[in-house]
Write a protein that binds this ligand. Sequence first.
Ligand SMILES: Cc1ncc(COP(=O)(O)O)c(C=O)c1O
Length: 440
Amino acid sequence: METSDEAAAVLDAVRAYHRSRRTEREFVPGVTEIWPSGAVLDEDDRVALAEAALDMRIAAGRSARRFESVFARRLGRRKAHLTNSGSSANLLALSSLTSHLLEDERLRPGDEVVTVAAGFPTTVNPILQNGLVPVFVDIDLRTYNTTAERVERAIGPRTRAIMIAHALGNPFQAREIAQIAEDRGLFLVEDNCDAVGSYYDGQVTGSFGDLSTVSFYPAHHITMGEGGCVLTSNLLLARVVESMRDWGRDCWCEPGESDTCRKRFSYQLGTLPQGYDHKYTFSHVGYNLKGTDLQAALGLTQLEKLDSFGEARRRNWRRMREGLDGVPGLILPEATPGSDPSWFGFVVTVDPEAPFGRAELVRFLESRRIGTRLLFAGNLTRHPAYLDRPHRVAENLDNSDIATDQTFWTGVYPGLTDEMIDYVVSSITEFVKERGAVAP
Ligand SMILES: Cc1ncc(COP(=O)(O)O)c(C=O)c1O
């Protein structure tokens, strides 16, 4: 699209404004906050937002369509649907499996979905929100993922789907779990919200499941502020996802368009009169979970940096891992064998035998302005919201309980410098030494 002289002048001014605002943040150990995550935004991001605003593209439009097409290609999927968050993407992905269009394959209330107990709540919530039953499997400490064996053993006669997140950027055994899903006639939904740009067995995550989801919240690999995406190569599922995202409508015209099917006034559906406007015909009990062009415009410029962001995440993680290697009292993270993770964070479990607890270590780090986070909810089944909800626990959740008590993570996001990483390493090492932990 052509930019008018006036708009070009405004955008030049935006560039000048961006440069005038740029200040290198001097790092002062113990004073400067080391965030666990954050958005890294540059001049092009600011200009993209300003350009969309100048055009007043306040709803989904050309940037949304372009983002969906570029992002789908990037993840090797035929379709991507932009949403207003990663949680919305999860809700849409799982809800789409209940569609009548899937006929006998559809998930029905009371059917089971295998999922992981220790993680983010909105990987699990759509299961309950659809009247389905989560079957919780445990994780491994070090990878923080479950295993194909655990998933296989958890499958029961009513199990119809598997919905699992790649843990903090570290891929689960996606190839093996996708194979189990195929062999057992189950759907696989891959929550790829924390792992965009990771690989398992040489294949990008988000491309193994029947459906996969992404979050673009600022903590994530690329950001739109708020935002998310559902991806699939199954065109029937894509149609259901779009319908459920857009109020449940039967029509697939883009906002502002009419009659792309050229039959707008020719359908007879339900018990509606012949010719009832297809734009207002609803085939699903849907939602409105759409994103906007402002979000997508930012997403497009962020997407150009996905590779360099991934490199920085990997570099920061390696520096942390090498720096902490051999420090006693800590269980350090490991990539799932066969994977190349674009890490979300650096996860540490305090060894239950260590002469200090997680709470002390976290408090010490926070006192040094080093931001920490927990493994999200830890064991979800222990939270008030889930105590009385129907669920099944497969085997046990022993490691999920250890993660609830002993695990935390610090940042590896691209905004962190070597100096910051080294300060985190030296702070942890100093703390452990003072507490007298010794190597076994
Ligand atoms: C694994 C996982 N799934 C889903 C979400 C939800 O994403 P959003 O915050 O965009 O709703 C998150 C949030 O961080 C997450 O970590």
